[in-house]
Write a protein that binds this ligand. Structure first.
Ligand code: ADP
Length: 860
């Protein structure tokens, strides 16, 4: 280190404290990065890697980004999950003795980023912290952009992952001693950036946690707070009182099921488009959009609270004109929560304050409007609304309507707001008027029409005379200052005197405007809690009007609640219906409860089984968030949990096979469901061999029937399972209707009572346009198989395993009979597997011949 230049030594010293971040080291107009940071950043940002002599033996890798375009680069890095330490020069280079003093002024991380396109308007940007207390976990969440703080206790690591995934936390703060295996899971499953904080101080957070009883939650939050303090190094005054929420007050939907049901992001696009959130989002404000997502993530279980929301939605549907007015007013409301955050953080500019003003100006009318619609809940919201009139008034009086982006160039404050500012402005305006007059005077005096007085930064004010007119001037009249090709520029002592006055007045005025602006911003800080509360009320209103709007637009129905039975008439899948056009969608009924809690759904692939199952889950979720439901009549029990096993998404991240994921999801449901839960099992057992899969499917059905009693929809292509209705009294068969027309299958997407009479696999293959020869061959084979009942072969080891399970009573006699009939020898099985594994396109004719020879030999 000794051989490095003092600046590089300074760099290394600072970098040592920020090892896991890119250090943006300010050097003049650039942020430079050195050593490994430079190599990595040049790759991530696609910028040129250079090098620099740093006093050591080898040149130091270096790359840099211009100061003014740094936000773009920072945004790119944050989006990729990196952290950036901003290191500024903290003394005037002219005053510095030796190396200029530099300090990290802020650490920007995925969970603390305050601006930029990476911040989605309608999504919270949560930073989380976790503490571990025996088998419990404390979870604290902060959205620095809005100031929202929440804590909760979770009783298992799985629930913790669920919650972190569901709120979409970007970064998690832990202690260094956090369990490594769990840490890996956290990183893999939730794709979060990890940060560490060891120290906590409960006293400093006391004002924010007064309502909190549990010490471990205080500690969890204190950890988060300390991390923010250490990394942000600025006012955190907008942080709101910490809210303690209990997960068991909400319907529980685990991480897999949230993904499967595509509640907030679609499986295909991994984005909002195509999800339930996307469909529902008729919110007019960013805050409402965020609250909508929170509500979808946490459906209620308290009937009273749900009904309150539903009644308000009903009122808003009935009051069409008021709702339209409300929507228009909300449209004018900007993101009050994030504006308040920027005010506290000290990075709100005059345009932000204009947005604040415009938003607040809408509030009195909104308040009046909702007071008038005749609903208790609306009345309550209206009462909670404080329009912050003082703030509006101040902003109206002080700020010009179209201020520039920069707050250091003037043009922010209205005339008449501040006496001193008016004086400066007068001086400057008078000076300018005097100059305009002087121009007239000099033109007349010299008889030069084109004489003009101009201004530039280098020479200040000057008199300009074109070369052609120079002869008209009397010698010594003006002092020559600059010669151009076609003109001469002059000054006079009088002009310079005025210039000093004007420039001084302008400087003073700009400085004073900045001062007034920051004072105003400081003053608004006092109203931040009121603005945040207002934001909450408006967000709620926005979500409720959104429910009313979508319910009316898409013809949804108000649900009612029962203790056990479920009845949905003409139910539709909200998203599929939207995508495909309502006319085409075939509505379906669903009846459960009263002794029939298990629906076994059979029908061909692609006939609509999973759509049907999902629409039941969506109905329950919509009802419990307080929205109407796509159906013509709906009554439902209040569900405590929803579990799904749908689709066959490999869990690539954690390297688990499709079948393992399938089984994990099934286990999760079986271990946690209660009689008040809803379970959707779609084609369970499909990921393994037929008998294996069928055995598991049946055993799962029996188990749910026997021990859980949850309302369960179970779709299967194992036709054989339909006879279970004779044995399990809660099980009812339904099927998706399909008809054959001219040898082709047509799906009607209609759910009917009873079991499907046959399987349509080959027809689906036909629909998928597999080659005609192949389809014909399959048909031939099928006919053969159906004709020939004596394909009698010995059992594979796999089937032996199943037989063992059967002895353990997982199997019924029917199934055993069927197995014996159709098993094939292990030798043949191996050959089949081998053929399946062959990649024909990668083979030469010779290879193919060799393979065929081997197969032939084996079968002999
Ligand atoms: P399965 O689970 O039986 O394989 P899906 O539920 O995935 O079938 O449905 C296959 C396709 O059929 C869907 O993508 C959708 O386009 C269409 N579909 C499903 N249900 C309906 C319905 N009720 N009305 C109209 N089209 C439907």
């Amino acid at each position: 280190m000794a051989t490095y230049t003092p600046m590089i030594q300074q760099y290394l010293k600072i970098k040592a404290d920020f090892e896991d971040a890119f250090l943006f080291f300010r050097l003049g107009d650039f942020y430079e990065m050195f050593f490994d940071d430079a190599i990595k950043a040049s790759r991530e940002l696609e910028i040129t890697l250079t090098s620099r002599d740093g006093g050591g033996e080898e040149r130091i890798p270096m790359c840099g980004v211009p100061y003014h375009s740094a936000p773009n680069y920072i945004e790119q890095l944050v989006k990729k999950g990196f952290k950036i330490a901003i290191c500024e020069q903290t003394e005037d280079p002219k005053q510095a003795k030796g190396v200029v003093r530099r300090e990290v002024v802020q650490l920007i991380t995925p969970g603390t980023v305050m601006e930029g396109k990476g911040l989605l308007e309608k999504e919270n940007n949560y930073l989380a912290s976790i503490t571990n207390l025996d088998s419990l976990y404390g979870l604290a969440l902060t959205d620095l952009t809005t100031g929202e703080n929440k804590v909760t206790t979770v009783s298992s690591f799985q629930d913790l992952l669920n919650e972190i995934y569901s709120v979409g936390a970007k970064e998690v703060v832990l202690s260094k001693d956090f369990n490594e295996e769990l840490l890996k899971q956290l990183k893999d499953r939730c794709e979060v950036t990890i940060s560490y904080e060891e120290s906590t101080d409960i006293h400093e957070i006391e004002p924010l946690v007064q309502n909190l009883k549990e010490d471990h939650l205080k500690i969890t939050f204190a950890k988060l707070y300390r991390y923010l303090q250490r990394t942000q190094k600025r006012s955190l005054e907008h942080l709101q009182k910490v809210e303690h929420y209990q997960l068991n007050h909400y319907m529980k939907i685990d991480l897999y099921s949230k993904r499967n049901l595509e509640l907030t992001e679609s499986i295909r696009s991994k984005g909002k488009k195509g999800s339930l959130l996307w469909l529902l989002d008729e919110t007019k404000t960013a805050m409402g959009g965020r609250m909508l997502k929170q509500w979808i993530d946490h459906p209620l279980m308290d009937k009273q609270a749900i009904t309150t929301r539903l009644n308000m939605v009903e009122t808003l549907i009935e009051r069409y004109f008021e709702r339209e007015d409300l929507r228009e007013q909300l449209q004018q409301v900007y993101d009050l929560e994030r504006l308040a955050g920027r005010v506290a953080f000290g990075n709100a500019n005059a345009r932000d304050l204009i947005q604040l003003k415009k938003s607040l100006q809408q509030v009195p009318a909104i308040k009046e409007l909702i007071k008038s619609i005749g609903n208790d809940y609306a009345e309550k919201i209206a009462k909670g609304i404080d329009p912050c009139a003082g703030v509006t008034e101040n902003l109206e009086k002080a700020l010009l309507d179209n201020p520039p982006l920069s707050v250091k160039e003037g043009n922010l404050i209205k005339d008449g707001f501040n006496k001193q500012l008016d004086l400066y402005r007068d001086a400057s305006r008078n000076g300018k008027a005097w100059i305009a007059q002087l121009e007239q005077q000099e033109r007349q005096k010299n008889g030069i029409k084109s004489l003009k007085i101009g201004y530039n930064r280098v020479f200040g004010y000057y008199i300009e005379v074109t070369r052609a007119n120079l002869h008209l001037l009397t010698e010594g009249q003006y002092e020559r200052k600059q010669t151009l090709t076609n003109a001469e520029r002059f000054i006079t002592p009088e002009l310079k005197e005025k210039e000093t006055l004007i420039l001084e007045a302008e400087d003073n005025s700009i400085e004073l405007e900045y001062q007034i602006f920051t004072d105003l911003r400081e003053q608004i800080k006092e109203s931040i809690p009121a603005i945040q509360n207002l934001a909450k009320q408006l967000s709620e209103l926005d979500v409720l009007q959104c429910f009313a709007t979508i319910s009316e637009k898409r013809h949804y129905t108000k649900p009612s609640f029962t203790n056990d039975s479920l009845f949905i008439k003409d139910g539709r899948h909200p998203v599929v219906e939207k995508v495909m056009d309502r006319q085409e969608y075939v509505p379906n009924d669903c009846t459960m409860g009263n002794g029939s809690n298990l629906l076994l759904i059979t029908g061909p692939n692609m006939s609509g089984k999973s759509t049907y199952m999902r629409q039941v889950a969506h109905a329950a979720i919509l009802a419990q968030i307080g929205c109407y439901v796509p159906a013509s009549e709906v009554s439902l029990p209040i569900f405590d949990k929803i579990f799904t096993r749908i689709g066959a998404a490999d869990d690539l991240v954690s390297g688990q096979s499709t079948f393992m994921v399938e089984m994990l999801e099934a286990k999760n449901a079986i271990a946690n469901a209660t009689s008040n839960s809803l379970i959707l099992f779609d084609e369970i057992g499909r990921g393994t061999s037929t008998y294996d899969g069928m055995a598991l499917a049946q055993a799962i059905i029996e188990y749910v029937h026997e021990y859980i009693g949850a309302k369960t929809l179970f779709s299967t292509h194992y036709h054989e399972l339909t006879i279970l209705d004779q044995k399990l009294d809660q099980l009812r068969n339904v099927h998706v209707q399909a008809v054959e027309e001219n040898g082709k299958v047509v799906f009607l997407h209609k759910i009917k009572e009873g079991a499907a009479d046959k399987s349509y696999g080959i027809h689906v293959a036909e629909l998928a346009e597999l080659p005609v020869q192949l389809i014909n061959r399959a048909k031939e084979i099928l006919t053969e198989l159906e004709k020939d009942p004596k394909i009698e072969l010995t059992q594979t080891s796999e089937v032996n395993e199943i037989n063992e399970m059967a002895q353990l009573s997982f199997f019924n006699e029917e199934l055993e009979k069927r197995e014996k009939k159709t098993t094939i020898s292990s030798k043949e099985m191996q050959v089949i597997e081998k053929i399946k594994a062959i990649d024909i396109l990668e083979m030469t004719p010779m290879d193919a011949l060799n393979e065929l020879y081997k197969i032939h030999k084996k079968l002999k």
